[in-house]
Write a protein that binds this ligand. Structure first.
Ligand code: FAD
Length: 286
């Protein structure tokens, strides 16, 4: 099902139709561990995720799901949203990739610029910003397109106003949903949604949530973003490192309950390829 349809309305019925739509983001495991990832996904099926999103070379790495992997995950009967970053690709390579995705019967894609490595000269890029990629995908395929949004602004942006102006370029180019960067302070998301609406953007803004598993894992994530981390939570994790997963789950349950009350269209979880902690969280909030 396409993004625009998926997040169109909140109805009531089974888990997937009740309240916010649940989605999970996964990354390609190192080595031959893909079968254990499939097992984790099978365990999450009972939460009826509306989407499984698949990262593409995230965190500066070159790790990607192949088209064959996408086929196998799709065959587990999940609706997929592979990510795609355009920054180091030529137009013909992008066209080849998005056509292959579309030919698998996948309907959605998350269109990203990606982080620009130091060695790349901007003037040599076929695509400099994600809005150019959105326009290209729209022209070449019928894929439904999601884009990234930053409640605490993208690290390269001068200010929030500029960042939202650039977000609008992606929506005007044809994107139909925004998936946000993780955040730990819901007010940042609420304020962001308000600014996005003021800018005339009407598409769903799906919050990105990362359940904490350890302090070092959070530190790695926030060092790459402008995301702030609550002092009290940090202190608790420092004091009780062995209970990090439990502390993370409790924080996440509270965070999600508040988001649900606000009326979010969906909850997009960065699950780091694990089913245990997110299962506990969802059992508490659904
Ligand atoms: P853009 O939308 O192009 O924005 C990049 C910067 O340029 C921003 O500061 C923006 O304000 C500015 N800008 C945008 N358009 C213009 C314009 N036309 N003119 C001037 N300035 C402009 N990275 C990966 O490598 N793989 C992944 O799988 C991945 N998944 C992600 C999933 C989510 C939900 C999120 C939030 C991020 C993800 N990222 C991923 C990270 C992302 O690639 C980086 O944050 C990257 O630096 C920016 O990508 P973007 O698509 O947001 O870029």
């Amino acid at each position: 099902m396409e993004l625009s349809e998926l997040y169109q309305e909140r109805s009531f019925g089974n888990i997937a139709d009740f309240g916010p739509k649940i989605s999970f983001e996964i990354f390609p495991p190192k080595g031959n561990d893909i079968s254990s990832l499939y097992e984790e996904l099978r365990l999450l099926k009972r939460f009826e995720p509306v989407l499984i999103s698949l990262t593409y070379g995230a965190n500066g790495g070159a790790n990607r799901f192949s088209i064959e992997d996408m086929k196998s995950i799709r065959d587990l009967e999940f609706n997929l949203m592979p990510h795609f970053t355009c920054v180091s690709s030529l137009k013909n390579e992008v066209e080849e990739h998005i056509t292959a995705v579309e030919n698998l019967g996948i309907e959605n894609i998350l269109a990203l610029r990606g982080d620009i490595p130091d060695y790349i000269k901007r003037e040599e890029l076929d695509f400099e910003y994600a809005n150019e990629l959105v326009e290209f995908i729209k022209e070449k395929t019928t894929l439904s397109i999601g884009v990234a949004g930053y409640p605490q602004t993208h690290p390269e942006s001068k200010n929030a106003h500029e960042d939202i102006k650039n977000l609008k370029r992606k929506i005007d180019a044809g994107a139909s949903a925004i998936f946000t960067q993780l955040f730990f302070d819901n007010d940042k998301y609420y304020h962001y949604v308000e600014s996005v609406r003021k800018a005339g953007i009407e598409v769903p803004v799906i919050p990105g949530i990362m359940p904490i598993r350890s302090l070092s894992q959070v530190e790695k994530m926030i060092s790459m973003t402008k995301v702030t981390f609550p002092k009290k939570l940090r202190e608790k994790l420092e004091k009780y490192p062995d209970d990090a997963k439990k502390i993370g789950a409790e924080f996440c349950i509270n965070q999600c309950q508040d988001l649900i009350e606000f009326g979010v269209p969906g909850l997009h979880y960065f699950i780091l390829n694990h089913s245990d902690q997110i299962s506990e969280i969802l059992e508490n909030i659904l």
